[in-house]
Design a protein around this ligand. Structure first.
Ligand SMILES: [Zn+2]
Length: 346
């Protein structure tokens, strides 16, 4: 009898503990964040992907006419969506020819080129800045064929534009982020991450003020190592400097976007070394936590067949929303995310 009572009591305690724990762990949905996340939709994504990857932009080669057209397109959209410039003159950080030489690859641009920069000032901690980025350059025209670069990287560039639009709309309605958000579209990536290299070597803001870099490069397709019907994204580097960043990204995904977060390419033993292959790497080298969102390579990677009709718009939108929610959380939480992983281990 006594024993049974104890068991019942134990069972009761365990049930009540469990339900308490469930309540504590149940993700809180931020309805304001959801409202602005819905600005990121298929129609808007389609418009930008098809424009940026159109033949008119001539494959957006660094320093060439097509890249400059694309830069103007980005500036135009920041401006019409009410997202201010950060630099004094305009939306462009000009990179001189000397900044566009890759000695190792023996390549150089014939003309200066431009990173595109837009900025939403934080309402409470404006000096702390979240950088959301993509490269917008690609391979240009070779043998008369336009390398449209729809996945690489009209997709990520669309991501930056739409996250910016969502935050701008929130700010207009009085829900601006507590921390500042800088939107950067890098040039010179295909020549060896040259735009981001210049950005950190000639900083327009103190690097110590950059809280995090969320970088999107190729987020509109399914990679060759994945099943064709899967809703996933490779997340690379998020845990290498800040365990908090990794946790926030996971939490935002489980609350809102429910993608499969694939960490296969985040393993330090991975021979592809994607961690060092896009612009976020120049931030990580400077001790700034980063997360790299990537769908993996596929048969059209760096081919003229990387065209906009092959972009999976609904999946693209989900992935962009994950970046938006992660940025929203990092921008609005009380404390700045901390760097708690030693850099030597990277
Ligand atoms: Zn790329």
């Amino acid at each position: 009898m006594k024993k049974i009572t104890l068991l019942i009591l134990l069972a009761f305690i365990s049930i009540s503990c469990k339900s308490k724990k469930d309540i504590a762990e149940k993700p809180q949905i931020d309805v304001t964040a959801v409202k602005y996340a819905n600005i990121i939709n298929i129609d808007a994504a389609k418009e930008h992907v098809f424009n940026l990857a159109s033949d008119e932009f001539e494959g957006r080669k660094t320093g060439e006419e097509g890249q400059k057209k694309a830069a103007k397109y980005l500036a135009y959209h920041y401006n019409t969506n009410g997202i201010p410039k950060y630099l004094e003159k305009n939306y462009f950080q000009t990179i001189p020819i000397s900044g566009l030489i890759n000695e190792r690859r023996k390549s150089a641009s014939n003309n200066p080129s431009e990173n595109v920069v837009a900025f939403i000032e934080g309402t409470e901690k404006p000096e702390e800045v979240i950088v959301i980025s993509s490269h917008y350059d690609h391979e240009g025209i070779k043998n008369g064929l336009v390398y449209n670069g729809a996945d690489d990287n009209a997709s990520g560039t669309t991501g930056v534009l739409l996250v910016a639009k969502a935050f701008a709309n929130a700010k207009k309605d009085g829900h601006g982020p507590k921390r500042s958000i800088m939107f950067v579209n890098f040039t010179g990536e295909e020549q060896g991450l040259l735009g981001s290299k210049y950005f950190v070597a000639n900083p327009i803001l103190p690097l110590k003020d950059i809280v995090v870099n969320l970088n999107m490069d190729m987020i509109g397709r399914i990679g060759k190592d994945r099943q064709n019907d899967s809703d996933y994204i490779y997340v690379i580097g998020a845990d290498r400097l800040s365990t908090e960043l990794h946790e926030i990204n996971e939490q935002m995904n489980s609350t809102y976007t429910k993608l499969e977060l694939d960490y296969q390419y985040n393993m330090k033993s991975d021979p592809n070394r994607f961690y060092s292959r896009s612009d976020h790497y120049n931030f990580a080298k400077n001790g700034i936590p980063i997360a790299f969102y990537f769908n993996g390579t596929h048969k059209d990677y760096h081919k003229p067949t990387d065209t906009p009709d092959k972009i999976l718009l609904d999946l693209l939108v989900k992935r962009i929303k994950l970046v938006f929610h992660t940025a929203w959380e990092i921008a609005n939480r009380d404390e700045r995310i901390v760097v708690d992983v030693e850099q030597e281990k990277n």
